[in-house]
Design a protein around this ligand. Sequence first.
Ligand code: ZDP
Length: 281
Amino acid sequence: MSQQPFVKYQGLGNDFILIDNRAQTEPLLTPEQTIKWCDRRFGIGADGVIFALPGQEGTDYTMRIFNSDGSEPEMCGNGIRCMAQFLKDLGAPASGNGYQIHTLAGRIVPTFTSDGLISVDMGAPILGAADIPTTLAEGNALAIDRSLAIGDRTWQVTCVSMGNPHCITFVDDVAAIPLEQIGPQFEHNSVFPERTNTEFVQVLGRDRLRMRVWERGAGVTLACGTGACAALVAAVLLDKADNEAIVELPGGNLEIRWDRDSDRIHMTGPAKRMFSGISEI
Ligand code: ZDP
């Protein structure tokens, strides 16, 4: 392909290739090119590619993201922090102390905190089974604490969508979970018609969770922003946590708060620019 500039960012080790796509309404890469770019040995290496497109529906910009397998998720929590930092680094004009960003999960609003972090209004969690989607509950009932047989055991799972689907299961020791082995069996289980992201969560206290994730379309990653939000929601619904908690991920910590008055979730964490380059892939 022609020479395409890119910038590499990571949020807690969940890493993305960012493309300045503000002059066109369609992503500059195809899903097939994305798979090649994300390859860690034959490409640039990333968990996904993010396109910063012109705004829609009254927003400043639009984010689209392709996973490393070329599939397109609705939303990405770590990715939207990287996108906000990318726009700031580009000097892109904002409507306030942050950006209004259109995503396939609706309008998401990241703002910059005084201590160099990015705080994101992630919107409301979606709890109806049909909307998530999962068939683990009837129609649009809540899929809380449902039994799911995978591998040689039955897991108690709770399903939450943050625009993208998540399946959360609480365990005594996240370190003991064979992610690579069972993650794909959750992701591709027939009870998840759009596949699913899966979070294994250990409760350290009512204000502290530890989590490991198997991501839909990306496999094991060091962090998942939407997953951390979904994990807190599941923990609150099962009365294992309060409305505000630190979520420890392999790549570092996120602060998650569920404002029950507005029903919106706020996620705060870092996003860092690592390097820029010109792809010749
Ligand atoms: O839903 C999906 O297919 C996820 N793989 C999208 C990426 C989610 C992410 N890890 C996040 O931080 O929310 C980027």
